[in-house]
Design a protein around this ligand. Structure first.
Ligand SMILES: Nc1ncnc2c1ncn2[C@@H]1O[C@H](COP(=O)(O)OP(=O)(O)OP(=O)(O)O)[C@@H](O)[C@H]1O
Ligand SMILES: [Mg+2]
Length: 376
C-alpha cells in the first residue's frame, strides 16, 4: 500500500516520525535539567555547558528554553549553529525591544558595555547549539562580552568533549561555571513522546500501534530519541508495505529484530559466555541461564504470571525479563538452534489479564515443559 494512503487510515497528515526539531513539534519537557538551568541563573553561574551524545535532544532542549524562558530571564537568544561575531551581535540587538536597539557603538569591543546599559537589570540568556564546532574567534569575543556584561548568561550545547574544549580555550578557562548533562529518557517518556507526535500528525488514537507494540518500539532505541524516530519510521514503512492493521510487540520485533535494547544486548553477551552444560535426561533446567531457571521455577509455582510480576519478584529490569521470556517462547531463532535440548516454547502466552492494576499479557509454562520437568 502507498504510504500516504496508509497514513490516512489513521488520520495522519504526515509521518509522526519526521526527524525535525521545528518549534511546533511537541516537546517532552526536561524538568530537571530546566530546573538546573534556572538554579544556575538564580545563583549567577553565568556560563553553562550542556553536553549529550548525538540525537539525544540538545537542540530540542534549546527549543524548550526558548519557548519557556528560565525564571528571571527576560530575553533568550538561540543560535542554531556557529555564526561569526557580527551576526551574533546583530541577533542580540534584534532581540531587544525596538527603542533599545539603537547602539551608538556597534564594534566588537564596545558592544558589551553598550548592551549592559540597554539591559539594565534585565537578564539575557544566549544559547549556542553545536558549540563543539565554533571558531576560537567567537569564543574569545564571548569571553570579553561575558566580562563586560554582568547580566548576560550563556549556555553552550554540544557533544561530549565540548567541555574540554571550553576549558582548554584560554578564553574561557576559569570562567566556566557549571556543567549540565542531559539525562537518558525513560521508556515511559519516550512512549509519551510518540503519543504526542502521533496526535501532532493527526492521529486520534495510537493506532496502528498496540500499547505493547509502542513500548517495544521505545525500548529499541537505547534511550536515544533520534534513534527512536528512525526505528519508528522503519516500522511504519514496513507496515504500510504490508498494510498491517496492528503493530504489536511481535511485529516490532520481527522488523527491528536486530536493534536491541542495551539491557538485552548485555544479557545476551552474558549468556553467550555460559558454557553449555551436558544434557541430562528429563529436565532442561541446566541449559537455561540462572535467571531463566528462576523464571521457570516461578512458573512451576504459579499458573501464570505477567512480565511485570516476574520482574517485580526477581527485582530485575522489566526489559531483560521481557527478553528472556521471548527467548523462552522460542521467538529468537538463533536461540532455538543453539539450545536444541530446550523445548520451544518453554512458556506460552495465555492472553491478557489484569495484573498489578493493569491489563497485561500473562505467560505460563507449556505442557511440554511441565511434562519434561516432571510436574503434574
Ligand atoms: N524532549 C524531547 N521531546 C520530544 N522530542 C524530542 C525530545 N528530545 C529529542 N526529541 C526528538 O528527537 C530528535 C533528536 O533530538 P535533537 O535534534 O534535539 O537532538 P540533538 O542532541 O540536538 O542531536 P545532534 O547531536 O544531532 O545535534 C528530534 O527530532 C526531536 O524531535
Ligand atoms: Mg542538535
Amino acid at each position: 500500500m502507498e504510504r500516504e494512503e496508509y497514513y490516512k487510515k489513521f488520520g495522519w497528515r504526515k509521518s509522526p516520525f519526521i526527524k525535525s526539531t521545528s518549534l511546533d513539534i511537541p516537546i517532552i519537557e526536561r524538568i530537571e535539567e530546566y530546573e538546573e538551568v534556572c538554579e544556575c541563573i538564580g545563583g549567577w553561574d553565568r556560563i553553562m555547558v550542556v553536553t549529550a551524545p548525538i540525537g539525544y535532544g540538545k537542540t530540542t532542549f534549546m527549543n524548550q528554553l526558548s519557548i519557556k524562558k528560565p525564571r528571571g530571564v527576560k530575553y533568550v537568544v538561540p543560535f542554531n549553529a556557529y555564526e561569526p561575531v557580527e551576526e551574533v551581535m546583530e541577533k542580540v540587538r534584534a532581540e531587544l525591544p525596538f527603542v533599545k536597539r539603537i547602539f551608538s557603538k556597534t564594534d566588537r569591543t564596545g558592544f558589551g558595555e553598550m548592551l549592559q546599559s540597554k539591559l539594565g537589570d534585565d537578564k539575557m540568556l544566549l544559547v549556542f547549539d553545536e558549540a563543539q564546532d565554533y571558531e576560537n574567534d567567537l569564543f574569545k569575543w564571548l569571553r570579553i562580552l561575558n566580562d563586560r556584561t554582568d547580566n548576560i548568561f550563556m549556555i553552550f550545547l554540544g557533544l561530549r568533549g565540548l567541555e574540554d574544549r571550553i576549558t582548554a580555550e584560554t578564553s574561557f578557562r576559569d570562567r566556566k561555571s557549571k556543567s549540565i548533562g542531559l539525562r537518558a529518557f525513560e521508556t515511559e517518556d519516550l512512549v509519551e513522546m510518540i503519543r504526542q507526535r502521533i496526535a501532532w500528525a493527526g492521529g486520534k488514537t495510537i493506532k496502528p500501534f498496540t500499547e505493547l507494540g509502542l513500548v517495544r518500539l521505545c525500548e529499541s532505541c537505547k534511550h536515544v530519541p533520534r534513534q527512536l524516530l528512525e526505528n519508528g519510521q522503519r516500522l511504519i514503512e514496513e507496515s504500510a508495505r504490508e498494510d498491517v492493521e496492528e503493530i504489536d510487540e511481535e511485529f516490532v520485533e520481527s522488523t527491528l529484530g536486530r536493534i536491541k535494547p542495551e539491557t538485552v544486548e548485555k544479557m545476551e553477551a552474558e549468556e553467550d559466555r555460559v558454557v553449555e552444560a551436558p544434557v541430562e535426561r528429563g529436565g532442561f533446567m541446566q541449559d537455561l541461564s540462572p535467571t531463566q531457571q528462576e523464571i521457570v521455577q516461578m512458573l512451576l509455582d504459579h499458573e501464570s504470571l505477567s512480565i511485570a510480576e516476574i520482574s517485580e519478584q526477581l527485582n530485575k529490569d522489566i526489559r531483560s525479563v521481557g527478553s528472556l521470556i521471548r527467548k523462552l517462547r522460542g521467538l529468537n531463532k538463533k536461540e532455538v538452534e543453539r539450545k536444541p535440548n530446550i523445548p520451544y516454547p518453554v512458556v506460552v502466552r495465555k492472553g491478557k489479564e489484569v495484573r498489578l492494576g493493569r491489563l497485561q499479557y500473562v505467560f505460563s509454562l507449556s505442557d511440554n515443559s511441565r511434562r519434561l520437568l516432571g510436574s503434574r
